[in-house]
Design a protein around this ligand. Sequence first.
Ligand SMILES: [Fe+2]
Ligand SMILES: [Fe+2]
Length: 145
Amino acid sequence: MIHWRKKMSVDGGVIDQDHKHLIEIINQFEKFAERGLTREQGMEILFTLKFYAKTHFRREEGLQLWVNYPFYEGHKKEHQDLLKQLDELIKNVETDSDTPLGALAFRTSELLQHWLLDHVLHSDLKLSDYIEESRDLEDLKLIKS
Ligand SMILES: [Fe+2]
Ligand SMILES: [Fe+2]
């Protein structure tokens, strides 16, 4: 189970809300995995995760453009890789009938936790300084005007 913590805060706003929601979906998958989920239930959660991750990545990339984030291209590529990894996980759950479903669900749940946390803690957090900086600039503009 993942818990969102203050040290994970990127913008104190919509990006944090997105991350919290993504964590919720991953925790939901883990809960189902522990209770013994059907393949269909697992797939449903993974598709929800994929849909929300896509929406979130788009939002985050938009924010990066807005604050002139210099590592935009590399970060966008990371998002694309994450979606590719998620597609592979979905394919595994869909087609791997050799591995018992419980074991497969457990492995998927572990991978999902890394999938999100590694990215948020190592890449998304770098964005927070740039957001801070552009907020300061906006404040300055307001003071001057
Ligand atoms: Fe990101
Ligand atoms: Fe993110």
